[in-house]
Design a protein around this ligand. Structure first.
Ligand code: ATP
Ligand code: MG
Length: 287
């Protein structure tokens, strides 16, 4: 399936049930995909250096998924191969008191990477229209009554689209990734977390409660993606059951997005350039 078939930019509707969760027929070519991922990451690292050097645009990947879909390992295995100096990884957990005393984008704004840097959001502003929607958490927050309208989430989708357009117009690109894991694969990964000592730290029995709300999350993801898929801030719905395949697709997205940004090393300042011959002579004299 070509990369564009995983992409949603507002030009077609997402039906989650039509999207694959695994590598399917590509499984027999795993080796080729692993090689292609390696090549892509080399290319991405070169482009990242230019992005950093030019400092003109910032790029943010917002990773959203169900529990155990592989956000952490995607960050480690794909983004971990870029230059850490030009990366900013931020995880968003349940908002604390201070977060809730502000508007929901407040904590997200604080995590924005500088231009030239690639930001990775491990969960993001989208939690505020996903977990909050599924559990109707807004009703527990101390929000003015006039804010709690029937179209609360529709309004949030518009706010998110406006905010992402604002970012675009101010030198940032936002790319949103949904890791689409199957129910069976999540079960297996939960089992591993329960059985394997080295995975115990990732175990959260509360995740079982979210799993029980599978359909509600499906609906929340689908509605949210359809409402917030735009040209300036597209969504990618990536199969997440086979990690090597997810990594390959993520590496493709990285290269594609960075190539579109077309970062260039900045030209030498003419004043500095004029000083080069004298500086070279000085270095040569040293010997
Ligand atoms: P894994 O995928 O490995 O389970 P994780 O991303 O779930 O990792 P945790 O620290 O276990 O990491 O969970 C973060 C929790 O914070 C999630 O349950 C998520 O729903 C919750 N959370 C994040 N942002 C918000 C938000 N804005 N409102 C409410 N809950 C949030
Ligand atoms: Mg979790």
């Amino acid at each position: 399936m070509p990369l564009k078939d995983y992409c949603f930019d507002g030009t077609r509707k997402l039906e989650l049930r039509d999207m694959p969760t695994g590598a399917g027929e590509y499984r027999v070519r795993k080796g080729e995909y692993v090689d292609a991922t390696n090549a892509n990451m080399q290319r991405a690292a070169g482009l990242q250096e230019k992005l950093y050097a030019s400092g003109e645009e910032g790029l943010i990947f917002a990773l959203q998924a169900r529990d155990a879909a592989g956000k952490d390992s995607l960050i480690k295995k794909v983004f971990g191969r870029l230059n850490p100096a030009g990366l900013k990884i931020t995880g968003f957990e349940t908002p604390g008191e201070t977060d809730l005393a502000h508007d929901y984008l407040w904590r997200i704004m604080q995590a924005m990477p500088e231009r030239g840097t690639i930001g990775v959001f491990n969960r993001s502003h989208y939690e505020d229209v996903l977990v909050v929607r599924v559990h109707q958490l807004q009703k527990q927050y101390r929000l003015a009554k006039r804010c709690l309208t029937d179209d609360f989430f529709e309004r949030r989708y518009v706010q998110l689209n406006n905010w992402e357009s604002y970012l675009w117009e101010n030198g940032y690109r936002m790319v949103k990734i949904f890791l689409h894991v199957s129910r069976e694969e999540q079960k297996q990964r939960f089992m591993d977390r329960m059985e394997l000592k080295e995975k115990h730290w990732k175990l959260s029995v509360a995740d079982m409660k979210e799993r029980a709300l599978w359909e509600a999350y499906d609906e929340a993801f689908e509605t949210c993606i359809n409402a917030t898929a735009t040209k300036v801030a597209p969504w990618y719905v990536l199969p997440a059951d086979n990690k090597w395949y997810t990594r390959y697709l993520m590496s493709e997205i990285l290269v594609k997005t960075l190539e579109e940004m077309h970062p260039q090393f900045p030209p030498l300042d003419p004043e500095e350039a004029a000083k080069i011959p004298a500086a070279m002579q000085e270095l040569e004299r040293e010997a």
